[in-house]
Ligand binder design. Structure first.
Ligand code: SF4
Length: 209
């Protein structure tokens, strides 16, 4: 699956306590330019065994492309391990429009039949209500587009646990957010006459458990 997948950014600001990504890639997202991504996609379309299906357009977390602090001088002094736990930071710009723009540009290229999102999606970012209504619209649009056009039958998400205490030690959102996202996922599937599945990942025997 790696051969036909495209990495569009590095880093993760999720700060999950069990994960090393922020240690080796950093908390701050470094995003590739649109030109660089499209250039690589075009190269992949020329591979002899490519059939038109990209297995992933992603990164450590699928939906953090181009996200960063609105005021980066605050971020430079920030000591929080996570920009989204226990609550989404008011300084975080969680606009999904740059990512949608990448999806649209990739899907418009000749030779691309489908681009799937194989990387894990942070549904807590999709459920977050910003004070900016344009950002809320981008999140709703992203959620629908992800589910309708970019799922290869199964969408991976990582609630990781069900216990509030363990989730808090893990720096993961409350389990009810997974249930809320599942309701949205099922509703959109029904509206679109799709029969896709949500695949939740769990960690057993975490030290906090
Ligand atoms: S100020 Fe907010 S957005 Fe910036 S690094 Fe800290 S938690 Fe993240």
């Amino acid at each position: 699956m790696i051969k036909f997948s495209i990495n569009i950014h590095r880093g993760c600001f999720g700060g999950c306590a069990f994960c090393t990504i922020s240690a080796h890639q950093g908390k701050f997202i470094v995003s590739r330019s649109k030109e660089s991504i499209l250039r690589e996609v075009k190269e992949v379309t020329q591979l002899p065994d490519f059939k038109g299906y990209l297995s992933d357009l992603g990164g450590p977390s699928a939906n953090m492309y181009q996200m960063k602090g609105k005021d980066e001088s605050i971020c430079k002094k920030c000591k929080r391990p996570s920009c989204i736990h226990p609550k989404v930071c008011p300084n975080l710009n969680s606009d999904h429009r740059p990512l949608l723009d990448i999806y649209h540009a990739v899907d418009a290229l000749p030779g691309i039949k489908k681009s799937f999102i194989g990387s894990g999606v942070r549904y807590d970012l999709l459920l977050h209500r910003s004070k900016d209504e344009a950002i809320n619209r981008s999140t709703a649009e992203y959620t629908r587009e992800l589910i309708v056009k970019h799922v290869s039958g199964r969408l991976k998400v990582a609630p990781e646990h069900t216990s509030e205490r363990v989730l808090s030690v893990m720096r993961k959102p409350p389990f009810e957010q997974f249930e809320t996202f599942k309701r949205i996922f099922d509703r959109i599937n029904k509206e679109e006459n799709l029969r896709q599945q949500l695949i939740p990942y769990f960690i057993s025997s975490h030290p906090g458990c």
